[in-house]
Design a protein around this ligand. Structure first.
Ligand SMILES: [Zn+2]
Length: 301
């Protein structure tokens, strides 16, 4: 099985690097670069038959120039833009877009005080919050992707209908792109976009490794990030929609944050405590029919 997945990975990269694809893998691994967007989604879903056009890379700030030189000098790509989409402004400090023979690659780095995952978490839909190392792939919203649905984050509305960024914007062939959760026709429960997630909450994500020497799970170690898709819910069946919108004074966007050790030390509650307290406060007000197996899973943790 792992050999099959390894071949799938190679098949995704060869169109972008030709015979130098193994050099590309080595550079990605050494610089701890993540691949996100449609290539990671294809890897996750296993549908590698159709041609990919974009390869989106997210690299730690200290390795941005190394990879930039590799793409230009070794792979022969030409830089065509240095400006990222406004919807990604919170998660990207450095950006470059390259092209070669109809293929497009992008390279992005988070601000220096942010983790590389902040860039992933700033994307405009849940379907873009999927990424891979050279050894594994992680999906942060597997329950939506399984249904081929992409829920827009708070920055999704910054992508115009004539525009396109990841899954947001123009019509999408493989996914239903939804502005919110109103289409489910019932209360959101723990699927509500206003619900905070924490990167350490294992049951909220789905990860698969095919090469443990570069396991995707290493991206979660010693990382203290929590985020939510939006600051309000537009689902009329969800009792939190207007309460959350009115009561929330924080900024828009797929807002995510990383706590420093000092902040954590100063806080009387751990992040896990605060997360669970928030979840259970909501859970207590849900009707039994709205509680999903994930709710029960949470209570066990
Ligand atoms: Zn909701």
């Amino acid at each position: 099985m792992k050999a099959v997945i390894g071949r799938r990975y190679r098949r995704l990269l060869v169109p972008y690097a030709g015979e130098a694809w193994q050099d590309l893998v080595r550079f990605l691994r050494e610089t701890q670069t993540l691949i996100t967007g449609s290539s990671a989604r294809t890897m996750f879903l296993g549908d590698v038959e159709h041609d990919m056009r974009d390869l989106n890379l997210v690299v730690p700030p200290t390795s941005f120039n190394i990879l930039d030189e590799f793409l230009i000098n070794t792979l022969g790509y030409v830089c065509i833009s240095v400006i990222s989409h406004p919807a990604m402004a919170l998660g990207i400090k450095q950006f470059r877009k390259y092209t070669k023979q109809g293929k497009v690659m992008t390279l992005a780095s988070p601000p220096k005080d942010k983790n590389i995952l902040h860039t992933i978490l700033s994307t405009p839909t849940t379907a873009d919050m999927i990424y891979m190392t050279t050894g594994g792939v992680t999906c942060l919203y597997p329950q939506w992707l399984d249904q081929r649905v992409a829920i827009c984050s708070g920055t999704g509305n910054l992508v115009l209908s004539t525009d396109k960024l990841g899954c947001a914007g123009e019509l999408h062939d493989e996914l239903r792109v939804k502005l919110g959760t109103a289409f489910i026709g019932e209360a959101c429960g723990n699927r509500c976009p206003t619900l905070w997630h924490h990167i350490q909450e294992k049951h909220m994500r789905k990860s698969t490794d095919w090469d443990l020497s570069d396991s995707v799970t290493k991206t979660f170690f010693n990382v203290d990030i929590e985020w939510r898709l939006n600051t309000y819910c537009e689902n009329p069946a969800c009792r939190y929609n207007f309460e959350i919108m009115a009561g929330n004074l924080e900024t828009l966007g797929a807002f995510n944050r990383m706590w420093t050790l000092k902040q954590k030390h100063d806080s009387p509650l751990t992040l896990g405590d605060r997360f669970r307290r928030q979840v259970f406060a909501r859970r207590d007000t849900l009707s039994p029919a709205c509680k999903t197996p994930i709710d029960d899973h949470m209570q066990d943790s």
